[in-house]
Design a protein around this ligand. Structure first.
Ligand SMILES: Cc1cc2nc3c(=O)[nH]c(=O)nc-3n(C[C@H](O)[C@H](O)[C@H](O)COP(=O)(O)OP(=O)(O)OC[C@H]3O[C@@H](n4cnc5c(N)ncnc54)[C@H](O)[C@@H]3O)c2cc1C
Length: 392
């Protein structure tokens, strides 16, 4: 375990990419750098969705290829096995956004359960992630948000079906020894997700965290929530799994609140979000005896802060207590340099039909084209590595 690790060792960062793949990734990121072009492409993509236009192959060969593991589970497993060669773990994420009926939610549950069982058998040590909005309609979830389900007030056959789906997924994860990350989504559903996830953690996180909740640290209320969660878990005698992210819906949350005449739930500035994220890292790692954590970020400073905390709090068993994770296609410099230096690092690996992955791809494209985003660094790194290889 090294303290001063070089997160800019580009040979290590891109060791898993061929020259051709590296140049192609550079080409896609150069396109994503152009905000106007990205806006145009996004409206074009929305039309593809709306009118079912036959341009799937263009998306499949471009952004899908860079940010997703493939359309089917066998291709995704090949990628998991390939990344394992570099000591990088995967968080398998079946992407299925925008579903609207019970049959699809049951089908999604079945797929996730079968993926967990297969991961446990074929690729132990890798993870799974779940979006609750893939198991129920977001409108129904938002309606239930804030209601007190533990006191039976919103118990309905439909709500029971949702809980049964989530419970089956969590139980399968526990039985298969596969760690499960429950993603955070829109704020209007998050209170409900927190309550459901806490219930599952209390049930399944006895010796270690099987189930992880995700905390979006751009939300002003999250540091308080984090402290309350750790205290409650301690009292109820379970290990909370806490995945920290900054949050993917900052503009959407702000615009929605303003439209409804409310105070936005997200911080006003990037600096406040950064401070809140880094404080949460410090709390989780300081409390490492009580908490299992996942630092999910592409931010170099936050990653270095987490490494420093591992040393400051002398977390000798950090491999099983602190995980790092980046999205597939982004910040390879962090993932691969962390793993080669003995840290537990992984890639979030989405797979699924191109059409169902489009909302995910739009989020990645918007994030990468935003001024505050880290795309400039990403492009510089890719270019440097291409030049280094060209000189060989
Ligand atoms: C492994 C992994 C899993 C993820 N899972 C989830 C998830 O479950 N739910 C989810 O919502 N997101 C998730 N994300 C995405 C994440 O929330 C961020 O959008 C993304 O990682 C960019 O943030 P960053 O920490 O990498 O750093 P940076 O690029 O340094 O920060 C960008 C982030 O800062 C915040 N920000 C930017 N400008 C402002 C501003 N003006 N005011 C306030 N805040 C601002 C936003 O959150 C923005 O996304 C995940 C990311 C990773 C790497």
């Amino acid at each position: 375990m090294k303290n001063n690790i070089d997160l800019e060792d580009l040979k290590t960062a891109y060791c898993y990419k061929s020259n051709k793949e590296l140049k192609f990734t550079y080409f896609i990121f150069r396109i994503l750098q152009n905000q106007k072009l990205v806006k145009l492409l996004i409206s074009f993509t929305n039309s593809i969705l709306k009118y079912n236009l036959p341009f799937k192959f263009i998306i499949k060969k471009t952004v899908f290829n860079v940010f997703c593991a493939g359309e089917d589970i066998d291709t995704a497993f090949k990628k998991i096995n390939y990344l394992e060669k570099f000591k990088v773990k995967s968080v398998l994420d079946y992407v299925s956004e925008g579903e609207n009926n019970d049959e699809s939610f049951d089908a999604n549950t079945k797929i996730i359960v079968s993926n967990i069982i297969r991961l446990g058998k074929e690729c132990p040590g890798n993870y799974i992630s779940v979006k609750i909005s893939g198991l129920e309609n977001p409108k129904f979830l938002a309606y239930c948000n804030g209601m007190e389900f533990v006191n039976d007030l919103i118990i309905s056959p439909r709500f029971d079906r949702l809980i049964s789906r989530i419970d089956l997924i969590c139980k399968t994860a526990r039985d298969s020894k596969v760690i499960l990350f429950i993603d955070a989504e829109d704020r209007c559903m998050q209170d409900l997700f927190d309550k459901i996830t806490e219930t599952m953690m209390e049930k399944y996180n006895k010796d270690y965290a099987v189930v992880f909740n995700t905390l979006q640290m751009y939300l002003k209320d999250r540091l308080n929530y984090l402290n309350t969660l750790i205290e409650a878990a301690d009292r109820k005698n379970y290990v909370p799994g806490i995945k920290l992210v900054r949050g993917a819906y900052v503009e959407k949350e702000r615009e929605k609140a303003i439209k409804e005449g409310k105070i936005p739930p997200v911080f006003d500035t990037k600096k406040e979000t950064d401070d809140s994220f880094n404080q949460a890292v410090e709390i989780c790692l300081r409390e490492f005896k009580k908490v299992d954590s996942c630092i999910a970020t592409h931010n170099n400073d936050s990653t270095i802060h987490a490494i420093n905390c591992i040393h400051k709090y002398n977390i000798t068993n950090h491999y099983s207590k602190v995980r790092f994770s980046q999205l597939y296609g982004m910040s390879d410099n962090l993932t691969f340099n962390l793993s080669i230096n003995g840290y537990n690092s992984s890639k979030y690996l989405p797979y699924g039909e191109v059409k169902k992955a489009i909302p995910y791809l739009i989020r990645r494209s918007e994030e990468n084209s935003s001024i505050d985003g880290q795309i400039i660094d990403e492009v510089i790194r890719l270019k440097k590595e291409i030049e280094r290889r060209d000189k060989l």
